[in-house]
Structures are given as C-alpha cells and as structure tokens.
Design a protein around this ligand. Sequence first.
Ligand SMILES: *Cc1c(COP(=O)(O)O)cnc(C)c1O
Length: 393
Amino acid sequence: MTSSFFPPQRTLMGPGPSDVSPRVLGALSRPTIGHLDPLFVQLMDEIKVLLQYAFQTGNALTLPISAPGSAGMEACFVNLVSPGDTVIVCQNGVFGGRMRENVERCGATAVMVEDNWGEPVSVDKVAAAFAEHPQAKTLAFVHAETSTGVRSDAQALCALAREHGALSIVDAVTSLGGIPLKVDEWGADAVYSGTQKCLSCVPGISPITFSPRAVERIQQRQHKVQSWFLDMQLVMGYWGGDSKRAYHHTAPVNDLYALHESLVMLQEEGLENAFARHLRNHQALVAGLEAMGLSMAVAAAHRLPQLNAVNIPAGVDDAAVRSALLSDFDLEIGAGLGALAGKTWRIGLMGYASNERNVLSCLTALEAVLARQGADIRTGAALNAAAAVFNAG
Ligand SMILES: *Cc1c(COP(=O)(O)O)cnc(C)c1O
C-alpha cells in the first residue's frame, strides 16, 4: 500500500515557488462549493477587484487564468497575435526565449532584440527595432527576469510601444506584489503574472489583465484563437461582468480561495508597504552577502529585490552547497540557468518568504556550508551587516 505524502517544512528561497502563507494554506482547505454557486460567483467578483488593485488598473478584463504563469503567457500571445504579424520580442534571459516560441507557434514572425543575460532590455535597441520594422504590431518583454535577477524599464518600453501604435505584452510573473507595476499609468496592454512568486500563494494560477485596446484587438480578430481553453472570447463568458455566466471550465475552486486570501493579505499590507518590505529584506541580504565576501551578479541599479543573483565563489561546488542547504537546513535556493548555470545562485525573497527571519537564517546557513567547504569567505560578519540594515529601517 502506498501511504500518504507528508512533505517536509522547507524554506523556499529560490526562483519559485516561494513560501506560502499559512493563511493561504488555511483558505485552501475550506469546503469546496460548486463553481456556479452564487457565493462562488461573488468570490470571483471580489478576486477581479482585488487583482485590479494589485495590477493598479481599471481594466475590466482582469482575471485569473486557471493554470500557471506559462498559461498566462500563452493566453496573451494566442489572443493578441495573428498569423503573419510581426512581434518584437526582447530577450535577456530564459523567458524571452519562451515568448519567441509563443510568437512562432501563432504563425507570426518574431524580431528578436537580444541583450546579455544579467543586463536589462535596451530601450534604444527596441526603438531601433521599431524603426527597422514599422509593421510590428506588438512588443513583448519580461519586466522581472527571474532567470537573471534583472529588472527592465517597463514604463519606458510600454511608452515606446504606444508611440509606434503597437500593443505591449508584459511578463510580470515575478514583479506582481514585489516591485511597482503600474499597468494603467504605464499604458501596458496585456500583462500576465503568477501566484507562486510574490503573492505568497500556491503555484498554478495566472492573473492577467488586458487594456481596452487589447480587448479591441481580440474582438477584431479574423483568425480563431488556436487554443480553445485560452480563447478570451470564451473565457470572458465565464468570468464576464454580468450575472449570467456560461460554463466554460470548472474553476479550481479551492485554489481561488487561496488566491483570494493572498490578495486580501496584499490589500491589508498595502502595495507600497509590500514593495518596501521586499526592498528592505533585499538590502539586508546583500549587506550580509557582501560582508561575507560574496559579490552580486547584477549591477545595483537593475537588481530585483525579490530575486538575488549571487556569484558563486571560485572553487566552490555549486551543487554540493545547494544540496547541503536543503538537507541540513531545509533551505532551497535556486541554481543558475542557461548561460549562468554553475556561475550564480538565485536567492529569492518573494512574498511571504521575504522576511527578516529568512534573511538571517539564509545568511547563517550559507556561511556555515561555505565555511565547511573551505571557501574563501569572511565569517562572523554577515549577520551584523544585515542587522544594521534592519535597525536603520
Ligand atoms: C516563473 C515564471 C514564469 C512561468 O510561470 P509558471 O507558473 O512556472 O508557469 C514565467 N515568466 C517568469 C518571468 C517567471 O519567473
């Protein structure tokens, strides 16, 4: 007989999933009700309003896709891109490459604007791409590149798209709830996120929002959306504003309790306070790491507070350090991806996991494991350096 599964209590400080708040886990275990139950419909309406707050938007078409962040990405592309379109796709890490895959599978042409991994998207290069490809109808980029820990200038990129009469598709999977994301003020057109990064929620849901201009393009499509499940014309009938909802699919009822709870928590804390918390914990972590003699992989001006890329010191066995952290400290940090594999660690401070205790325990654990490996680090300084940041703030 197979027995029940009881996972250990880990601390999740990688690129996601991140620690889930106990309040969210509690909400998840409440009784399941029907997805067309009037009380559930009410909950759906509240989720829409809470998501509008999180995204800082008045967009009517704001809702959670019943699948992970990758499905939110696909929903934006399949609804806004038609065969024969030209899309400018920015790539400065893993996720821009997936955007290209999406564009090509829509039968469109991706014009790639590439920047080094570890650097932000170059606004000048995007401007040059628009000049060279005036027929481009869409610009796609990643706001917070989780694979490298870099923030790009979403405001400038969205403005550039508008200037050229194009729509913007913005990957905000790791930014929502962690750093400012002003959908209306910046004029972003299609923005998707995920529940498992800075929202303190379980993986598996993708909040998305479409501007009125994006909705107009969806309504004027000549080609049927290639995905039945992600066709927003159909999804709108289920999540739409009026009380008559057409069955499209069965919403993941309990997951939406969890999302609702996480958004209530975000509202209680306040967006600005959540951003300030992420920033302060990041600053304390960096102070501790640098006091230990480690260096950050991304220039200070472009760092994401919720995803800290650290250079692995010479001679240190990357995999051995991560497995010791997991087995001896129940602490998960992320490995480098692609070009950065073996070169960096990615330490997440996302959502519920972004707290003082995690900063201090991560520094303690990392110092112990590195010292045991004989790494050339300074011991005994990191906690004081981090504490100094906390005491100053
Ligand atoms: C995690 C992530 C995704 C994918 O989200 P999933 O929930 O894993 O499907 C997409 N883009 C970025 C920037 C991410 O960090």
